[in-house]
Design a protein around this ligand. Structure first.
Ligand SMILES: [Mg+2]
Length: 302
């Protein structure tokens, strides 16, 4: 099997990943509503339509910038995040304020660097939006990792947030590689080799690799975290554990990820985006139909 390296082929793969991401985000977010929790236990779908959240909105900007520039242009990405920002999509307070100030003419470099007393945000926002970029670079996981690093800075400058984005992009690139996704061990080994080892995300990924034979996701989530703190290191290792275990089976991977709770729309967005980067990992068509359509400004292949 070969990989279509034309811009149109890359865009097709990125859009497939984006659809997987948006379904995970939209369906996952339904389970933030306590009334839907009994459905989660029985793996029953809530009533449609399922609205996507900030994870999908930001991922649409990533895809739009790749389609326009064929790489990450940080200024274009920051501009798109700010212009497309919808306050009602569930962004965290720091990013809400940041994007409003950028929209009013502020410099993202200064504003993002100043967040959290100058440490930068270590939230999971750079990781939650980046799987489609990995799909775009499915032939080149190193470039996926590099471009993901660049893509984080307009909003997330803490090392952990950046490494979290690198890890998710690497996973999507590996899952989308020609010949189909590698096995669970190969996927996590590949990601671990591509991201800086000296980080809490890197340490979490190594722990996730050691827990691949655990059958109980709740135990794994209790050890690795599942986004309850909404930090990159509390989110990405578990999400990539769930993606690695669920390669090629979107439906099962979704339920496994959602049932442990935590930052469910984001963990499910990451898992969905990584799985759908691979040809065998698309979400069920019925789930796509129940998910709110992507915004009209998302580029379509010509
Ligand atoms: Mg969200």
């Amino acid at each position: 099997m070969t990989t279509d390296l034309s811009p149109g082929g890359r865009l097709d793969r990125a859009l497939a990943s984006l659809r997987g991401l948006s379904v995970g985000d939209a369906l996952g977010s339904q389970f933030f509503v306590p009334v839907n929790h009994p459905l989660l236990k029985r793996r029953e779908l809530p009533p449609a339509p399922w609205q996507w959240t900030d994870d999908t909105e930001m991922a649409c900007s990533v895809v739009a910038v790749l389609a326009a520039h064929e790489r990450i242009d940080q200024d274009a990405l920051a501009r798109s995040f700010a212009e497309r920002h919808d306050f009602d999509r569930g962004y965290g307070p720091a990013v809400n304020r940041l994007l409003r100030l950028v929209r009013e003419g502020g410099d993202w470099r200064e504003l993002a660097a100043a967040l959290f007393d100058g440490r930068g945000s270590w939230g999971n926002g750079a990781a939650m939006r980046i799987a489609p970029l990995g799909a775009w670079y499915a032939d080149d996981p190193e470039q996926a990792t590099h471009q993901a690093e660049i893509s984080a800075y307009p909003t997330h400058q803490h090392r952990e947030a950046v490494v979290g984005a690198m890890a998710v992009a690497a996973a999507a690139a590996l899952a989308g590689a020609p010949g189909g996704p590698p096995g669970a061990e190969a996927l996590l080994d590949g990601v671990i080799a591509l991201v800086p080892a000296r980080s809490a995300v890197g340490a979490g990924l190594r722990r996730a690799r050691d827990m691949l034979d655990y059958g109980d996701a709740a135990t794994v989530a209790a050890v690795l975290g599942c986004g309850r703190r909404t930090t990159a290191h509390d989110t990405v290792p578990f999400a990539l554990w769930a993606a690695a275990r669920g390669l090629g089976d979107y439906e099962s991977a979704f339920w496994t990820t959602a049932q442990v709770g935590g930052d469910v729309d984001t963990t499910c967005a990451i898992v969905g985006g990584v799985l759908a980067a691979g040809e065998a990992g698309a979400p069920p068509a019925a789930w796509v139909r129940r998910t709110e359509a992507l915004p009209s400004w998302v580029p379509v292949p010509v």
